[in-house]
Design a protein around this ligand. Structure first.
Ligand code: GLU
Length: 369
């Protein structure tokens, strides 16, 4: 039953660098195969969004670099060189079918900011309504982990895209058949896990041991991505892109790869809070924590410290157990720290919210899975 994907309307497919490139550069046959499958899904009225890596690898090859590029500035330059090469090949492959594709380059900032995220969502809906296949990659030329704007890897980005645009299925194609219980190259008893309905530490430990891929992420980031998708009510399948017709076979319900089942779906807003980068921390006392856990609002009297500079409406950490969106900025909250609610208008002026945030503005992140 769990492999019945007949309800799926929107699917995100992620392809990694290792699949698309060979020693000479781009593997156009592989691009053609992926595109042929996407076109076949569209003909069945599915909406398909593609997340593709490969820009940095192709840029490096264009410059004649034989080895992996590690230096950040050079990786960013390579991404800028390789991205148009990648898109040129996708466009040519889609053109054979008279299908239009588009490019969307993202950083974490666009996803974290509620306004740019809503814009992005609207643009994606328009593109899908027009029958276009949007092709995503991280905007590596401008986003770096150092300034906190990077997704880190495209596995994570694909899961955030899937979760935020309400896809029912995320397919992560890589160069290994799925999650094994051990390293299949070393352990002859290692078996492929076909289905998972939890991603706890014991499952995550398999990723460390498994014969992981050569791409940025490896199996661990794929499981972390599946975790994000899971919280968004989206099923993930991690499978080998070298398997013939793998995309079509997954959608047909064949037991290929590892399928990770979704959790109960959180609301769109709760998922946005959960997946946004916190801009600061509000430290609260145990009484406030207890109240928050019993669905009460946060009152100023429970606040013991404020860390970082954030705006009203930014996502912040609450100690280390939750993420929330306060009505006030960090300076205002420092002003209110420890005071009674009826002092809010005295300190900040009339007409302001009488709490720091309400139960619908908080998502707990410490529930053990
Ligand atoms: N965005 C990178 C690229 O296109 C790849 C990141 C990844 O492999 O996860 O080269």
């Amino acid at each position: 039953m769990s492999r019945d994907f007949s309800h799926v309307k929107r699917v995100v497919i992620k392809v990694g660098t290792n699949l698309l490139t060979n020693s000479k550069g781009i593997d156009t046959n592989r691009i053609d195969q992926v595109v042929d499958s996407i076109v076949a899904l569209r003909e069945k009225n599915l909406q398909v969004l593609l997340v593709t890596s490969g820009a940095i690898g192709l840029g490096a090859k264009e410059l004649g670099h034989a080895n992996a590029v590690k230096q950040i500035a050079l990786r960013q330059a390579c991404a800028s060189i390789g991205q148009p090469i990648l898109m040129y090949h996708y466009r040519s492959a889609f053109k054979r079918h008279n299908v239009v594709c588009s490019q969307i380059l993202l950083t974490r900032s666009e996803m974290n900011d509620r306004r740019t995220f809503v814009n992005l969502k609207n643009s994606v809906s328009t593109l899908l309504d027009l029958g276009v296949v949007p092709i995503f990659n991280e905007n590596d030329t401008v986003s770096t982990a150092e300034i906190g704007t990077a997704f880190g890897d495209n596995d994570r980005m694909s899961a955030l895209v899937a979760s935020k645009i309400d896809a029912e299925l995320l397919i992560i194609l890589t160069d290994i058949e799925g999650l094994y219980t051990g390293d299949p190259k070393k352990d002859k008893h290692a078996t492929l896990i076909s289905e998972l309905d939890k991603l706890d530490d014991s499952v995550m430990a398999f990723a460390g041991k498994a014969g992981s891929t050569f791409s940025t992420g490896g199996m661990k980031t794929k499981l972390l991505a599946a975790k994000i998708a899971r919280q968004g009510g989206c099923t993930s399948v991690i499978a080998s892109g070298f398997e013939p017709d793998v995309i079509i076979r997954i959608l047909a319900g064949e037991p290929v790869g590892t399928c990770i089942l979704p959790e109960k779906r959180l609301s769109q807003r709760a998922r946005w809070i959960l997946n946004s980068t916190p801009m600061g921390t509000i430290r609260v006392d145990t009484g406030a924590e207890k109240a928050l856990r019993s669905h009460k609002s946060l009152l100023p009297s429970g606040i013991i410290a404020v860390e970082g500079a954030f705006n009203a409406g930014d996502v912040v950490m609450i100690n280390d157990f939750a993420k929330a969106v306060p009505y006030y900025n960090s300076t205002q909250i420092i002003e209110l720290e420890g005071c009674q609610s009826n002092e809010i208008p005295v300190r900040l002026g009339k007409g302001k919210a009488d709490v720091i945030f309400r139960p619908e503005d908080i998502v707990f992140i410490d529930h053990a899975e």
